[in-house]
Design a protein around this ligand. Sequence first.
Ligand code: NAG
Ligand code: NAG
Ligand code: NAG
Ligand code: NAG
Length: 512
Amino acid sequence: MSLHKLFVISLCFISTILCSYRNAIVHFDLKGAPPKVAYFKQLLTTIGDLGATGVLLEWEDMFPFKGDLARVVNGNAYTEENVIDILQHAQLLGLEVIPLVQSLAHMEWILKTEEYADLREDERYPMVACIGDQRSLKVVLDAVNQIISMHSKFSSKYIHIGADEAFQIGICDADKEVLPIKYGNDTLRMIFDHLSTVANNVTREYPGTKVLMWFDEFRSAPPELVQEYYLNELVVPVAWKYTANLDKDLPEQMWRNLSYSFKEVWGGSAFKGADGPSAYWNRMKPYILNNKAWYLQNEKHQHLFDRFDSIILTGWQRYDHFASLCELWPTSMSSLALNLIVLSKFHVDDETADLAMRTLNCPITTTLDQLLAGSDRCRFPGYRVRDAIRDYIQLKNFFDNSTWVHNRENGWLQSSQMRIAASNPYYVDAIGQAYGRTLKKLDTIIKNLRIAMDDLFFEDVAEEFVVDIIMPFYDDLKRRSESVSRIGTKRSYIPRPWFGNGNGNNRAARLK
Ligand SMILES: *[C@@H]1O[C@H](CO)[C@@H](O)[C@H](O)[C@H]1NC(C)=O
Ligand SMILES: *[C@@H]1O[C@H](CO)[C@@H](O)[C@H](O)[C@H]1NC(C)=O
Ligand SMILES: *[C@@H]1O[C@H](CO)[C@@H](O)[C@H](O)[C@H]1NC(C)=O
Ligand SMILES: *[C@@H]1O[C@H](CO)[C@@H](O)[C@H](O)[C@H]1NC(C)=O
């Protein structure tokens, strides 16, 4: 261990305030499964009780935008009264509330529409706005100002302007026109000019508001360029990464680079929504590893900055506006609870987990292992949805593990046998019964899941979840079950061959 590293660690020992995070901000990604107001408020209460200091609200298309944007908001969007209700509740709990409005990329919810399609950077992709076009700036400033004007009715010290994953740039006609004239063909200059205009607008309209943004555009930016557009003064970068090996993925030099321009930096970890775009069970372990790594990053690199004491625990609900749902809130409550402990104490043991378990309404016999495995009987807000999803997983596992069924399927219920409904009932009758039992249990699970989900979310969530996650399994069982029934009605067969030889199709047809 280097002397330098020893020094940092010893400082952490002397003063706990110096190390680990003072502010833990929990992200709501409302582009998927936005909670109904009552559930939203329950979540805020639990989040506060678990020790988070604030929330980051990424409203996306759920905010009651007025004017032009009103044309493209979500049909389920919150009303103004809903938003006030939510923000008031958060304020009552003493939570810092930070709105997030995308200002460069991830503007799918706007750019996907016919109304705004001509503002795309690349006309084929509805992600990045054509920032060379002044109309894009107008839309962004409109969204930013509507959101911040609502939030400023409550205490509101920050706004996050997104700006991650700008995968296309310099493609639209307007960009091509201004790039050589204003930016010496440097697309990063154009991006910085845009972001600086947005940040400037916020800072002028709402003095004292700090502007946060994801660090993507700063990763390989020359510090002189950052300074030329005053971004070092106008914004605070949020470095995000959801892996376990942050030493590799966020190398020392990256932090040094950031420190040349910025006095303050924030971190961005994950407690859900970063373990595969269609994951529906929170495996927790990858998130625990990620947050442990973030704890250490803070220890290692905070000496480079005046302030590195805030972290956003992201909770993605879709990878983008078009992506499938990933882990829902109810499957991720324990992950949030444990990762908040990790960020402040690094280690989680039975003792540190105790408060979390009480907050999550766990039976006193609950163990940390149960919590980690999701096999607990805790009754936090939304637990019925978690329980129903867990029931589904257990049933699916049980079926997948029923080797005797699959052995028989391999011998007597292949696709060809199902196509022509020809097999030996001696072998398929029993698996038909297994299908029937499983389908019946699935019917119950789907019913429970829908009821529980409709309590928490708008009805499109249950529909999407059932169609994507459960129906492929359900439909396969149904198809197999029907084949077994058809086979059961057969009393005799024509001689083989049943396929091929030119007239095979006819033979197959006669077999039906
Ligand atoms: C910018 O690119 C255009 C087209 O490629 C070129 O004609 C022009 O000289 C470039 N301008 C600068 C300042 O590099
Ligand atoms: C900020 O943007 C809004 C919305 O476009 C505009 O009305 C306002 O004048 C701008 N303020 C400044 C200081 O540029
Ligand atoms: C540090 O910044 C320079 C540009 O100033 C860039 O070339 C380099 O890749 C950056 N290093 C890391 C690790 O981000
Ligand atoms: C299914 O098998 C896997 C691997 O052997 C095991 O981990 C899992 O617990 C089993 N599940 C059930 C429900 O039997």
